[in-house]
Design a protein around this ligand. Sequence first.
Ligand SMILES: *C/C=C(C)/C=C/C=C(C)/C=C/C1=C(C)CCCC1(C)C
Length: 245
Amino acid sequence: MPTISLSQYQLVYNSLSFAIASMGGAFVFFVLSRPDVNEKYRQAVTMSALVCFIAGYHYLRIFESWKGAFALQGGMYAPTGEPFNDAYRYIDWLLTVPLLLAEYVALLAISRQKAEGMTFRLIIAAVLMIATGYVGEVSVDGTRAIWGAVSTVPFVYILWVLWGEIGEAMAKESAYVRVLMRNTRLLLLATWGFYPITYLLPMLGVAVGSAVVGVQVGYSIADVLAKAGYGIMIYWIAKAKTDAV
Ligand SMILES: *C/C=C(C)/C=C/C=C(C)/C=C/C1=C(C)CCCC1(C)C
């Protein structure tokens, strides 16, 4: 860990704190709003609540780890020697990404048999994406780019499948729901695309301190949008479909 400035330290500190608050707030919202939607869609809202709960817990742990990794020394934050635990984030993704994928599929309202096969393939791809990404994230031997490229293969597969399936499902919906689904699909692409871009930061020649800070802030923003933000979109779609019948 490098020595970082006061404002760099606080930028991460505040981003993590913002993520904890967002996940906690979203969790409460999903629990309270679950009865508003038709039974068919409740499972999707439950999954949003679970995702935010799991992420909120991990953000608390990441926050503690960040505080322990640095100490104020002569106006700068110097590493204490206690390692900053980046594994929390990847463990979190390992749990939340499969849940998010199951959530998208649940909303598509496709036949159960097709949904099960698709969820299974998407989850395998997600595990591969996260596992290979993690190896690259913690690598110190210059293989970050290679593992990042490997991880991008299942990533593209996931987005390609979801993009197509959401497109097909959209066609069967009312004009209003179609617009909501179109926006959700764009949000999916924008937020998931944020992760590999953030991952690239340390390879772009920025100072080590800035890269560490950028990665933490970038992933935090992406997580809030991909989990809490996406959950709200899913809720809106479920609510619109409920009100339409
Ligand atoms: C709630 C957490 C979510 C939605 C996490 C998503 C994570 C990704 C889409 C990560 C993708 C990566 C690549 C495509 C290549 C580089 C390594 C990763 C793991 C950052």
